[in-house]
Write a protein that binds this ligand. Structure first.
Ligand SMILES: [Zn+2]
Length: 348
């Protein structure tokens, strides 16, 4: 997440009864430095001459110290002529030069990044609710996904549903920008993900392999991180500090599940995964076969509180047993209708 800069606007008590609206006009600079960071901010660039990533937290103002679930917003965006866009937000009205989205909470708005671009393609990936892949690139050649790769992304949707046993979004939109001018990255959201990879991801097999688990990882976060979240990471607003003692569940379990889904969907073959994993292990540390972590903690947020305890082994993991054993489990917290993750997943 890019760092947020707080801008304070004070309305005196004497004025507050008479003030019904505030108009703010400001610019977000996304000029490039040689490091790839925006000048003056430790944030990556978010636009090129052919595409843009609009993170609403960079442009939104809100009353301090409120519960962001309770603040209602209606966003409107104007894009360059001929550009297409995608976001988890739903359009309420499409005007000649702009789009107005349905009103939503500030939480959902900030969780619904928008991408737009001159060169843009959308692909139906199936699923119920529907899942779509939207790709914006710095040139048209990068948009060519082979039928095989596209089929792997379609299988990812089915494999995730089989793994989690349910879906928990109204729809899901993979947002994918392909450019060498923005730092590769991925950011999870509940009903979408903001994914950034090199321009040649679908043109160069080495790049494709290196990026192959990105969307699977962010998709798993929709369940582990958004639908279910460690309690210390669920805050009322963007000022309350987060507590990260269960971050290993949030991130570690997702890393594991993303790899499992990437292999099961065919985005990586078992051999490709082993090769990539081995290369990474060689760079960072020796592979471990002993338990990496066992922990118990409490809490996650979502429609029903959940409790994280127990452990998880990877005996059934497909990538040839290379994965270290990781402790984890997310289980129901005593409420009869709380979903429970079984691990290892039952053979299908
Ligand atoms: Zn992650």
């Amino acid at each position: 997440m890019a760092p947020r800069r707080r801008r304070h606007v004070r309305v005196s008590p004497a004025d507050s009864a008479r003030v019904t609206s505030l108009a703010a006009d400001f610019e977000v600079l996304t000029a490039l430095r040689p490091t790839g960071c925006v000048n003056g901010l430790e944030a990556p660039r978010t636009a090129t001459e052919s595409l843009a990533i609009l993170e609403w937290n960079q442009v939104v103002l809100y009353p301090a110290d409120n519960n962001t679930d309770e603040l209602r917003y209606q966003a409107q965006v104007r894009l360059p002529a001929g550009w297409k866009y995608a976001t988890a937000l739903r359009a309420q009205q499409t005007l000649p030069e702009s789009v107005r989205f349905e009103p939503t909470s500030l939480t959902t708005l900030v969780d619904s990044t928008l991408i737009a671009g001159r060169y843009f393609e959308s692909f139906e990936l199936g699923g119920e609710p529907a899942v779509r892949l939207h790709v914006a690139a710095d040139g048209p050649a990068a948009l060519h996904l082979t039928p095989t790769v596209l089929e792997h992304y379609r299988r990812l949707v089915g494999e995730a549903q089989a793994l989690f046993g349910a879906t928990h979004y109204r729809h899901y939109d993979f947002l994918y920008v392909l450019t060498d001018q923005i730092m590769p990255d991925g950011l999870e959201h509940h009903e979408s993900s903001d994914n950034r990879s090199p321009y040649r991801t679908f043109l160069d097999d080495d790049v494709r392999r290196a990026e192959a688990n990105l969307l699977a990882h962010e998709y798993a976060h929709s369940w582990n991180g958004k639908y279910r979240r460690p309690v210390g990471l669920a805050t009322r607003n963007y000022q309350d500090p987060m507590r990260g003692e269960l971050l290993w569940v949030y991130e570690g379990l997702t890393e594991y599940l993303g790899d499992v889904l990437a292999v099961r969907s065919g985005l990586l073959t078992t051999e490709e995964f082993q090769s990539e994993f081995g290369a990474q292990s060689g760079r960072h540390a020796k592979p471990q076969r002993a338990p990496l972590a066992q922990s118990s903690g409490h809490g996650a947020c979502g429609p029903a509180p959940v409790r994280a305890t127990a452990r998880l082994g990877c005996a059934a993991a497909p990538p040839g047993g290379l994965l270290p054993r990781i402790g984890a489990v997310v289980a129901g917290g005593g409420q009869p209708d709380t979903p429970t993750l079984q691990w290892p997943p039952q053979p299908r």
